[in-house]
Design a protein around this ligand. Sequence first.
Ligand code: DGJ
Length: 658
Amino acid sequence: MHRNYVLAILIFCLMILCVACTDTETVKPEALKQYESDKNETVELTQVSLIQNDFIVYFVNCAAGKVTEADAGDIMGLYQSVTDQRYGEDSGTGMLWGYQEKSYMAADGDLNSLNKLDTKWVIKEGTDIIPEETGFYYDFSVPPGEYEVICGFYDPFSARPVSVRAEDEQVIVDQKILKYKLTQTSFLQQVSDGVLNLLIYNPSSGDEVMKDPVLSYIIIRAVPDYDEGLLSNLIDTASFDDTELEEYTTASKERYQTAYREAKITLRKADPSRQDYKNSYLKLKEVYDTMIKKPYYTTFRPGQVWKDTEDNLIQAHGGQVQRLTVKEKHTGKMVEKWWWVGEDKTQGCRGGICAYSSDDLYNWTFEGVVMRNVSSRKQLEEEEYFKKLYADYTSEQLDKVYTCINDSTSIIERPKMIYCKETGQYVIWFHADGPTKSNHSNYAAASAGVAVSDTPYGPFRFINRYRLNTCPEDQEDKYPKSKGMARDMNLFVDDDGTAYIIYSSEENLTLYISKLNFSYTYLAADPKEAVYGVDFIRIFPGAQREAPAVFKRNGKYYMMTSGCTGWAPNPAKMFMSDSMLGTWVDKGDPCIDDTKRTTFDSQSTCIFLADEEKKIYVYMGDRWNNENLADSRYLWLPLNFDEEGNASLTYTNEWKLP
Ligand code: DGJ
């Protein structure tokens, strides 16, 4: 026992008495319930403070000096006011604790960092090591009882073993620390004399510096006695009212409600065991500590992480936003919503189509994968979702569905949704690609896919994928060996209800605009009969444009496009016309001060009217992350227009609608 023991106990008792005076809750855990000082005084800790502190009585960020706070994710111990100190009285708590200073100890790392992995104790070079003795000695005043001791080692230099002695017993023998990795070791320790003594050392170290002990942090947690009182206290501490709970993601809320309910059931049980209390306690505590609040945005932050209201990255790449009147799922009421559809990239380059809804354009609620892709042909006939959706499809049609929207070979990109008043259906067109029988490339099919649903929530039923119009014979086809190709695409519905599909064709060398039929589910005229200038046009043959985004403003039609450089960004180009099938004029790059000439590191996908009154058009671009497509970012910027109606785009880090 340490010779300062008596002083430690006295200070400890005083502190505990103070706590007891201000809060009458008493602690039940055996180890902390009662502590008899040498004056025979009874002291008690509050369960509430212990619960709130996760029973951590000390957290030592070794060698960090007198830092008064712990890093995010760590908790300062109840008995300390600094993260490390030489053995002595803690000036904030009065407790006696700390390391015994040895001449061979050296502090290593960024000594002002809060991160417990950034600093550590090491042994000074040239130290004469006494393997059984040379190490780091720490003493902590604690009430008698059981403690969990956690020692952390982060050694960026070399692997080595470390051992731990506690209360003069070797408790950890040759724990292997791995190079560049965090190694944690923990053990339970009974303390009966009021001071927990630790020695962290390496009995097998010798002349080799690389084998000297190191130590990054120590955490000491009281082991609570899980009983009725403790669980009740946690239930009281970890409670929310209904409004508060609504601020958390549905997943967090549901996990919490389950754990809370289970904890209440345990309390009501006729004769719950300690294990029952413990299980319920640990579950509720874990759930409570990991609750995630719904993100809430009040601005657009181009290129920054953008999450939905469930805290998941928004998966609506290559997408489109529009204003819709929809039947709200939970109320059945018809409401106006912003609706965003786009590619789900959570599985990489192959995925279905997601939808999100919003009231303010900043905060988006996930409405589901509205067109799912399929894992096997069998799934189409066996899984209820697909069985119902494709109930009247022939086997041949199902084969086609499988070929076009399977999750192993098909590509589903740039989905765009329009509502057809004639049929009352929502129609999604998308770039439907994948290998063909004769060509194994991912982009060989080069087709346009179409799917329909009675609601924007889906499920969308895939109809077919098609090659579209071809170059008239009296014009120069830029890619005659493959006719009717359709890749990057968009849709536009004009004021008279005529819908158009705008897409890259002729191996992405030429953009086409083709009219759709009355139901928006196919071309207005079959490619064999289509009349150039009436049913379709080609724009700038050989100009190699993709990612078209079309909108109409003051009677003029605009089309923003990108060049064709895979996932890498390139300079944009704006075209203008007096009609959809009219003459499109090249207006050049609309981006101002885009020094890298990369459309501010993005590729166009849609331009929509965000504020009808103030006439605010928003450019939506994708900043693709080829390494991790799901983590591709969105870049939304307001467009500017001059007096002649020329559009331009300037970059800003953050903005909001006026
Ligand atoms: C560029 C297109 O715009 C994207 O949609 C995607 O097809 C990539 N090319 C693939 O490289």
